[in-house]
Design a protein around this ligand. Structure first.
Ligand SMILES: Nc1nc2c(ncn2[C@@H]2O[C@H](COP(=O)(O)OP(=O)(O)OP(=O)(O)O)[C@@H](O)[C@H]2O)c(=O)[nH]1
Ligand SMILES: [Mg+2]
Length: 330
């Protein structure tokens, strides 16, 4: 125990240097937990080519994530992911060899907060609502997410997509209004569940032109484009399950509610989710770089940023840049 205690103090000394926060924002069933699961499965505690590792803070947390993954694989294959109800905290580390160079703080995101909270909500619900907005206004990276209406979907699906866009954009603009300084955060606009519209990456990329994506995501694009608080922004299309790998759960189609999916195979083959994580780490650190004043801190962030940039560059990915260094690109 003594060893662990002194280890924790030592770690804290290093960690105090660079900390950054990330928050996902999306309505229920958009696929937040599925993306987080893809990160657990394919990115956490797995070294990157640059030598960096994004990972858990100790072997106990590594073990907990592996146990969680075993449970989630069964969940995804049987009835799809269960809705999240607890905005628990998570802390990850970015390590260069065994040295901690930055620490990422995030919380599990509960979609029900967005669609469930009104001025008449219970104290507990209002508490969750305040918590989400608070964390979002203190995040260096924000990931607003929306899922497109599925292929052959109903008018209700299209309406839901437009409403999700509007509501998520409102949460985003409110978080930005309360955000610190100019260029203090980066925003990755994530389109989830692409496999419900397309059978392959080729099909998705040929049909989803930049113009079409920007038109579909206009409320969110407009918020980031106009806000002076946004340092960098991009649209990042993803599928946490992968192509032709999911089937709709019949009971949810019949009720007219959001269609839920389960994995056909036991294993997901996520598309563009690890690049999304690298984009988030890289662009979440850029505003932090501006916050830090000591030469030592600046050098440390700048080295990590450089390594992440090289990792992302060498990984096939799809992102549509909207803003860089506070300047609009559209
Ligand atoms: N086809 C397909 N289905 C997905 C994908 N990601 C998630 N799903 C399914 O969509 C539903 C919602 O996914 P979740 O990841 O639980 O969504 P969430 O945003 O975490 O939802 P809440 O926890 O309720 O806020 C579940 O039925 C999942 O199995 C995906 O990439 N493709
Ligand atoms: Mg969830």
């Amino acid at each position: 125990m003594k060893f662990l205690k002194s280890l924790k103090t030592k770690q804290r000394q290093i960690i105090d240097k660079i900390q950054f926060n990330m928050q996902m924002i999306a309505t229920g069933a958009t696929g937040k937990t599925a993306i987080q699961t893809a990160w657990f499965e394919h990115a956490v505690d797995i070294p990157l080519p640059s030598g960096l590792t994004f990972g858990t803070e100790d072997p106990m947390m590594a073990n907990e994530i592996l146990q969680d993954l075993r449970r989630r694989r069964i969940e995804a294959h049987s009835g799809g992911y269960i809705t999240s109800q607890d905005a628990y905290k998570m802390r990850f580390e970015l390590c260069d060899a065994e040295n901690v160079v930055a620490e990422l703080h995030t919380n599990e995101a509960i979609g029900q907060v967005l669609t469930g909270t009104t001025s008449g909500s219970s104290e507990q619900e209002l508490h969750e609502y305040d918590g989400l907005l608070n964390r979002a206004s203190n995040s260096h990276a924000l990931l607003p997410m929306v899922a497109p209406p599925p292929l052959g979907g109903s008018q209700d699906d299209e309406l839901r997509f437009m409403e999700d866009n509007r509501l998520v954009a409102k949460y985003l603009s409110t978080a930005l209004r309360h955000h610190g300084d100019r260029a203090s955060c980066s925003v990755g606009i994530v389109m989830t569940k692409l496999d419900t519209l397309f059978d392959s990456e080729e099909e998705a990329r040929s049909e989803l032109t930049d113009e079409l994506l920007m038109r579909w995501l206009r409320p969110l694009v407009q918020v980031v484009n106009q806000s002076q608080k946004v340092f960098s922004a991009a649209i990042i299309p993803t599928s946490a399950f992968g192509w032709q790998n999911a089937e709709p759960i019949p009971s949810t189609i019949e009720t007219g509610a959001t269609t839920m999916y389960r994995l056909k195979d036991r294993y997901a083959e996520p598309y563009n989710t690890t690049p999304l994580l690298l984009w988030t780490l890289l662009n979440g650190l850029l505003p932090v770089q501006l916050e830090h004043t000591s030469a030592e801190q600046e050098a440390a962030v700048s080295r990590v940023v450089h390594m992440l940039d090289s990792d992302l560059e060498h990984m096939p990915h799809w992102s549509i840049p909207i803003k860089e260094a506070g300047r609009s690109l559209i």
